[in-house]
Design a protein. Sequence first.
Length: 140
Amino acid sequence: MKTQFNFPMKSFGLIAMMMIAILAYNPMYAQTQTTATSTQSNQEVTVKGTVNDENGPLLGASITLKNSKIGTVSDENGAFTFPKALQPGDVLVFSFLGYEMKEIKIQKNTSFLKVVLETDIVEILGALESNKPYKSKRSN
């Protein structure tokens, strides 16, 4: 004699969802390197400063970590706080349109930078085409 076992689909779906939830929300802990991070945190420096030109503060000057995508911009007073703690030897790149780029190497005692950018000559290539007179598309 055969025995049939009827398992309702709703119960199966509920059990499957519970298993997925248990696996998805299970906290996993990675290995930590306590000795490496404790020695590095002593050398990290938070850098703040101002970016100016000869006339005063520069609003919107770019400050980036060289060879990375991490950066910030200066505010209306030219002030900035770099979003990542830096290691001695890291290089910050300061740039603004119409000014020469400046690179500053971070020392272990560097916490505040006062950067003055110098103007740069911007050349626009190309010439205005003046051989064609302006023609209106309106008909009189």
